[in-house]
Design a binder for this molecule. Structure first.
Ligand code: UDP
Length: 470
């Protein structure tokens, strides 16, 4: 019997990588009347979260998954930063991955592996089985362009010692050092820093780099990458985005707040969320709360228990009730003005709701794409990882967001500044109106990119065709 052509995909731990990987896999199998099969091999260091299970439980036919045996969390020091935790988990999962790929290749016609950027150490497995290898970059082309430059920047010393802003091929605006991704702002001896440099050097060994972006969003960066201005050895780049969640995995009527939202006028509510695990410090949370009150605008806020480490809830979630950490009397004073939801909301439904006017976001790449697709202007409050770079793209390059200023003395954004930017986006002064127009145009362009003959659709189908032709 002829074996199915199969692609293995290896997302790294964390919902914000799993979500676009799953959506990408769905698009892949839809391309050719389900002639391809996708199997997820998922490294993990803890029991899968309920959100993860709810995503994996509704995979369509032709996509399945294996959760690799848990890496022993005791083997990882408690104080490890987020990126190191993720890369170590992927590394420690290598023997399990090897076993899973051995089994998969005996049962199917396995032709390629698609890796996450944090799992590039597993490239050896693809090489051993003589498989094509790709990276699915779940962030944008500018970050990819920066990654390809990193080895050169590294040769000239520590990035934190740079005195001038950094030029990245394909970006018209130079980046202040403080806006570069967190991992490269560590010492050169730091494990995550070293991983990033090694990972960047490894990129040229892959058969292709798949990026969740599209021409109208990052046209210059895509051209720079495709014309190999960044690195002459870089492999073929496939911009296939925007790939976002298309359907919610939550049950109908699960969320009471939707009823509240249904009663609000069109385009009247500010949505606030910091991704799958972003957290504010207690001081910043207080300022945000008072800023919302001051603005007088309606809001829907997905709040988390404050923490000084902004990625503190990223892989572990929270058990405590964040409402206990709001300023005293806030809930009473804002009754009728807004709602605070603990920890999680079905974001894709919220952004698609007609009452939402704007999104105060931490600028995670998925949140950005979801906001762009729904034509929702943003207020950029980046927290960690590459989010500050994303905020620069949104505010200074494509200009679909405003970024409140951080108070130099306290290092946080004060309530008056928060109220000011909320008013600018919600009430639409000249700048606000321009932002609204541009995001609407970008949303239309996103729709075209993934439609038949759109640029992203063409990139995706050429990729899938390669896999089917093997
Ligand atoms: N998300 C959600 N509900 C929430 C918070 C996040 O559905 O309350 C989803 C969101 O729609 C996005 C992902 O989780 O798809 C977060 O990814 P992003 O890249 O924006 O941020 P990260 O989690 O990496 O910080």
């Amino acid at each position: 019997m002829e074996k199915n052509t199969c692609i293995a995909m290896i997302p790294s731990p964390g919902l914000s990588h799993l979500i676009p990987f799953v959506e990408f896999a769905k698009r892949v199998v839809q391309q050719n009347h389900n002639k391809l099969h996708v199997t997820f091999l998922i490294p993990t260091f803890g029991s899968p979260s309920s959100s993860m299970i709810s995503i994996l439980n509704v995979l369509p036919p032709n996509i399945d998954f294996t959760i690799l045996p848990q890496v022993n969390i005791q083997d990882l020091p408690h104080n490890l930063n987020l990126e190191t935790k993720i890369t170590r988990t992927c590394k420690l999962s290598l023997p399990f991955l090897h076993e899973a790929v051995t089994s998969l290749s005996s049962r199917t016609n396995l032709v390629a592996i698609v890796f996450d950027v944090f799992s590039v150490d597993a490239l050896v497995v693809a090489k051993k089985f003589n498989l094509l290898s790709y990276i699915f970059f779940t962030t944008g082309a500018i970050l990819l362009s920066f990654s390809l430059c990193l080895p050169k920047l590294d040769e000239s010393g520590s990035l934190t010692d740079l005195t001038k802003p950094v030029n990245i091929p394909g970006c018209v605006v130079p980046f202040q050092v403080k806006d570069l991704p967190d991992p490269v702002l560590h010492e050169k001896s730091n494990e995550t820093y070293k991983y990033c440099v090694e990972m960047s050097k490894t990129l040229s060994l892959f058969d292709g780099l798949i990026v969740n972006t599209f021409t109208d969003l990052e046209g210059d960066a895509i051209s720079a990458l495709q014309e190999k201005h960044v690195n002459e050895n870089s492999p073929c780049v496939y911009p296939v985005g925007p790939i976002i969640q298309t359907e919610s995995t939550w049950k109908e009527n699960q969320w009471e707040f939707i009823e509240w939202l249904n009663k609000e006028p069109p385009k009247s509510v500010l949505y606030i969320s910091f991704g799958s695990g972003g957290t504010l410090s207690q001081d910043q949370l207080n300022e945000l709360a008072f800023g919302l009150e001051l603005s007088g605008h309606k809001f829907l806020w997905v709040a988390r228990v404050p923490n000084d480490s902004p990625s503190s809830a990223y892989l572990i979630g929270q058990k405590e009730d964040p409402l206990n950490y709001l300023p005293s009397g806030f809930s009473d004073r804002t009754k009728g003005q807004g709602l605070v939801i603990p920890s999680w909301a079905p974001q894709i439904e919220v952004l698609g709701h007609g009452s939402i006017a704007a999104f105060l976001s931490h600028c995670g790449w998925n949140s950005i794409l979801e906001s762009v697709v729904h034509g929702i202007p943003m207020i950029a409050l980046p927290l960690f990882a590459e989010q500050r770079m994303n905020a620069v793209l949104l505010t200074e390059v494509i200009k679909v967001a405003v970024r409140p200023k951080v108070d130099n003395e306290s290092g946080i954004i004060k309530r008056e500044e928060i109220a000011k930017v909320i008013k600018r986006v919600m009430e639409g002064d000249d700048e606000g109106l321009e932002i609204h127009k541009r995001i609407k145009d970008l949303s239309d362009a996103a729709c075209v990119a993934i439609s038949e003959n759109g640029s992203s659709q063409r990139a995706l189908s050429s990729l899938v065709q390669q896999w089917l032709n093997i």
